[in-house]
Design a protein around this ligand. Structure first.
Ligand SMILES: [Mg+2]
Length: 433
């Protein structure tokens, strides 16, 4: 580890849900769940108000509804998330030229590359506080949690400690005192499946992990991950902040000579592929947040759908559940000739720098789900010729209900229209260059 606390990790709090609450004033302070809107969808992000009811990332929409029936279930507006993320990343780049985004809502910043008088604890603490103020300002009120420490690993751990809307600075020299009582799951790359293997070997905390020899960990988890965890259990982590980094993914796909028509069979194939993806992820010490499926139809149209979780997974059963839910949103009635499952995003930085072995893989094209334009998924932006901008509160039986409010207005009125009302339009920003 470095001698100074020069690595900062910033994590926006309940990001997708927070953007929705910013843009939909009537939902502020209320449970909001992004994802899980269809009968078979999966929760992407739950607001803190919804988390109190036990709703979490990767949970099925059905279970989330059972736990928190009065929550607002929204389909997600990725243009708004991308735009807000860009503003945050710019604030970070104004501070230091070395910024490494991990996803839309998380990044590392190398403070040693920033123009600071020194890297004393008092100085970096003030930098972190000012950064949080700026993020709040440029995002229109979103909060972020910050961790500052002597390595990426510790900065990431520190940013989890005071969520939401907090900050933790780990003074150099105190890293192991902080880590030892913690559960092994704080280590990025230790997803549910790896955790289960460690648990069966009687290893729950980092203190316990520290007692295990490197040979034993390699025997238990394989060369790459065993060696990596042995180092992290000792807070040994000198990985640099890397400004430009490609997103990594692991995927499995298969093509078929005859078109598949049976939904149950397709789900079975996706489940098997998801388990294989999970196995390869664990072998490489990898866990990721974005689960994608690829489906080629009988007419060779290729569709990709993906779902992003707020915490990483390496668990085949979880990946399978999300993959099946994504398939549930597609019309495959004409038959399917290719199916594939992949996971990308986030915790790959662990694997790439520390564990060495690059997973052999095909890139998955990640396309965020954008429903067809004349449907009215809950949460999407609309404009009515007379009433102005609003968002879809719900729809059914030929009627769409809209709440007319924006980030700049107080909570607004609710009106219902016929679904084919020519005065009502979906609103999306112009396509990016
Ligand atoms: Mg976050």
């Amino acid at each position: 580890m470095r001698a100074t606390a020069s690595i900062l990790h910033l994590d926006l709090d309940a990001f997708f849900a927070a953007v929705e609450q910013r843009d939909k004033p009537s939902l502020r302070g209320k449970p909001v769940i992004v994802g899980g809107t269809g009968g078979r969808g999966v929760v992407s992000t739950a607001s803190y108000e919804a988390r109190k009811y036990g709703v979490g990332s990767a949970m099925s929409g059905r279970e989330a509804r059972a736990r928190c029936p009065h929550a607002a279930f929204l389909s997600g507006r990725f243009h708004a998330y991308r735009e807000t993320s860009r503003a945050v990343m710019q604030v970070l780049r104004d501070l230091s030229p070395l910024v490494e985004p991990l996803s839309l809502d998380e990044a590392f910043v190398d403070l040693a590359a920033a123009d600071l008088p020194d890297l004393e604890v008092a100085t970096v603490t003030e930098v972190g506080a000012e950064l949080r103020r700026r993020v709040h300002e440029v995002t229109g009120g979103l909060t972020a949690t910050v961790g500052i420490a002597s390595s990426k690993f510790l900065a990431k751990v520190a940013s989890e400690l005071d969520k939401p809307d907090g900050m933790t600075v780990v003074p150099p020299g105190t890293e192991l005192d902080l880590l030892r009582p913690m559960k092994v799951t704080v280590i990025p790359g230790v997803g549910p499946a790896t955790n289960e293997r460690l648990r069966r070997a009687g290893i729950h905390t980092i203190a316990e992990l520290e007692q295990v020899s490197e040979d034993e960990l390699v025997r238990l988890l394989g060369q790459a991950q065993g060696h990596g965890l042995w180092q992290l259990a000792r807070a040994q982590d000198l990985r640099p902040v890397v400004a430009e980094r490609e997103a990594k993914s692991i995927s499995v796909e298969s093509t078929y000579d005859v078109d598949l028509n049976d939904r149950k069979l397709m789900e079975g194939i996706l489940t098997r592929q998801a388990k294989e993806v999970g196995t390869r992820m664990r072998k490489n010490g990898f866990s990721g947040r974005t689960v994608s499926i690829k489906v080629r139809l009988h007419d060779f149209t290729t569709l990709s759908r993906s779902s992003t979780l707020s915490s990483p997974t390496d668990d085949g059963a979880t990946i399978a559940r999300i993959a099946r839910a994504l398939l549930g949103d597609l019309d495959t009635t004409g038959g399917v000739r290719l199916l594939g499952v992949g996971v990308s995003g986030l915790a790959d930085w662990v694997q790439e720098d520390l564990f060495g072995d690059e997973p052999e893989e095909d890139e998955v094209e990640v396309v965020l789900p954008e429903p067809p334009r004349r449907t009215w998924p809950p949460g999407v932006d609309v404009v009515h010729d007379e009433m102005g901008p609003g968002w879809v509160w719900g729809s059914g039986s030929g009627v769409v209900t809209v709440r007319f409010e924006t980030a700049e207005t107080p909570p607004g009125p609710v009106r219902s229209f016929r679904m084919d009302d020519p005065a009502l339009h979906r609103w999306e920003p112009p396509p990016e260059e």
